[in-house]
Design a protein around this ligand. Sequence first.
Ligand SMILES: Cc1cc2nc3c(=O)[nH]c(=O)nc-3n(C[C@H](O)[C@H](O)[C@H](O)COP(=O)(O)OP(=O)(O)OC[C@H]3O[C@@H](n4cnc5c(N)ncnc54)[C@H](O)[C@@H]3O)c2cc1C
Ligand code: SF4
Length: 543
Amino acid sequence: MEYDVVIVGGGPAGLSAAIRLSQLAAQHQHPIRICLVEKGSEIGAHILSGAVLEPRALNELIPNWQEKNAPLNTPVTESVFQILTQNYAITLPTPPSLRDKGNYIISLGNLCRWLAKEAEQLGVDIFPGFAAGEILYDNAGRVVGVATNEAGISKTGERKANYEPAMEIRARYTLFAEGCRGSLTKQLLERFELRKHSDPQTYAIGVKELWEIEPNQHVAGRVLHTAGWPLDARTYGGSSVYHMRPNLLAISFIVGLDYENSYLDPFEELQRFKHHSAIRPLLEGGRRIEYGARALNEGGLQSIPKLVFPGGMLVGCAAGFLNVAKLKGNHTAMKSGMLAAESVFEELQQSQSQPQSRATLIKYEESLKNSWIWQELFKARNVRPVFRYGLWIGLLHAAIDLFLLRGRAPWTFHNTKPDYAQLKKAKDCSVIRYPKPDGKISFDKLTSVQYSNTNHAEDQLCHLILKNPELAISVNLKEFDSPEQRYCPAKVYEIIQGPNTTPYLQISAQNCVHCKTCDIKDPMQNIIWVPPQGGGGPNYSNM
Ligand SMILES: Cc1cc2nc3c(=O)[nH]c(=O)nc-3n(C[C@H](O)[C@H](O)[C@H](O)COP(=O)(O)OP(=O)(O)OC[C@H]3O[C@@H](n4cnc5c(N)ncnc54)[C@H](O)[C@@H]3O)c2cc1C
Ligand code: SF4
C-alpha cells in the first residue's frame, strides 16, 4: 500500500500528528494520503495513563473540543500532595508542577477514541489490529515505511488456516509514535545512532487500577499525589489517586525502574499502598473494574535522542517528552505530533514528486526547541536525577529548584546509568515479604490480569524473545533470583523447579499486558519484546 505518510501508533502523539496533517492538507487544498497502524484491537485498547490532561495542546489542535463533546468531563478542583509513612499521611504544599487547576481528569483511552473519530472524519485511514513489525528501508538506507506482522503462524512456525501475510505500507515519511520503549523505535535508535549525544533513557513502571467507589467517598475533580511509604527512601516512586466522574477512582502506583532491590515487586507495592489508612476508606464498599500496567519515560530533556533520520522521525513518548515533574506526557506527546506534522507538510508541499531533503526534517527538531515543550522540559530537567540520592534530598532539591529558582538552576544533573544496570545481585538485597491479598482491597496478579481483558491467540510464536535462553538460569536465577518473576505485573515469567527437574523459565506470553518492563529492566538485556500477532494484548476500555 502506498501513502504519503504512515504513522505507527494510535496514541495521543500519533493521532495528533494525523489530525494536524489532515487539517493542513484541507486548509491548503493539498491532498495527502495518511495511514495510521495500531497494534491494539481498537484505538484505545492498549492505552493506559493516569490521567490528568493539561489541555494546552488540545486547545491548539481542536480549539472547539468542548462543542465537539471531547471526553473531558472532570475538571480538577483540588490538588493535594502527601508524604506517607506507614501510619501517617502528611500534607505538604503542592509543588507548582503538580498544581492541576485548569486541567482535567480523563481516560486517555477514551480521548484517543474520540481523536481517532476526528482523524477518520478528516480522511485518515486507521488500521487497528495491525502491529508494525518491521521497518522498510530502500537501498540507500532510508526508511520507506513499515510492514505489519504476519498473522496465523503457529508456535512451531507453520502457517495455520487463518494465515495472513505481512502487508507492506510504503510512504514518503514514517512517523514513529509507538509510545514508551517502542519496539521499532529501539531498532531506529541503534541503527541511526540517535542516542549518540544524549543520556540513556530512564523509565518507571505504572501499575493502575480503576475502581467504582461509594458516592460518599468520591470528590469529583480531586487529585492526590503521594510519595514515601510503601517504598523505602532510596526507591523513587509514588501514587496518583484521581476522582473521575461519575464515581470512579483511578489509582496508579509508579516505581522508578532504577530501583536496586531485586526483590521489589511494583504490583505488590500497589497492593500494600491501598491498605494505607489514608487510602483504604476510599475503596471500602467499592469494586475494582479494571487493571493494567505500562512503562513511562523519566529521563527528560537530557535523554531526548536525535529525533530525525532519513525518511522519518520520532514523536511523543517514543522520543521521551514526558515531563516527570508534572507526571504528564500527554500534552507534550500531542504537541510533538503536531510539530512533526507541520514540518512533514511543509516538505510534502515543497517537493511534490522528488524524495525529500533532510533539511526540513531537521526543522522538526528546530521547531521543538522553540516550542513550549522544550521550555517546560528544561525547567523540569533536574528534578528526577536528584532523587537518585534518596527521597529527602530529592524533595529538598525539588523545593529549591522549582519554588525558588523556578527551574533556572545553573546546573544540569545527568542520567548516567541505564535502569537495568542499577539492579543489585540477590545476595546484596534484602528479601521483601509482601502481605497476602485479602481479595477485597488487594488482589493477586493472575486475578488482576483478568481485569485487563488481555487476549492473545495461544498458538503463536512467542513475542517475548530470549536472545540467549540459557542466561535465564545461569545469570538471572543464580545471581538475581529471577527478578522478572516480580517486576512483570502480569505473571508472565515463572521459574519452574521440582525435586527431580532442573529449573527452567516458563513464559506465559498470553498474559502480557504490553507494559515493556521486561525489555527495559532485564539485567542482561536478554529479553526482547516484539509485537504479537494482530490485535493481541490488553483490551482496556476506560484506562
Ligand atoms: C501509569 C501512568 C500514568 C500517567 N499519568 C499521566 C497523567 O496523569 N497525565 C499525562 O499527561 N500523562 C500521564 N502519563 C504519560 C502518558 O500516558 C504518556 O506520555 C502518553 O501516553 C504518550 O503518548 P504516545 O502517543 O507517545 O504513546 P502511547 O500513549 O503509549 O501510545 C502509543 C500507541 O502506539 C501503539 N503501538 C506501539 N507500538 C506499535 C507498533 N509497533 N505497531 C502499531 N502500534 C503500536 C500502542 O499500542 C499505543 O496505542 C502516564 C503514564 C503512565 C504509564
Ligand atoms: S511480559 Fe514484559 S511487557 Fe509483558 S507484562 Fe510482563 S513485563 Fe510487561
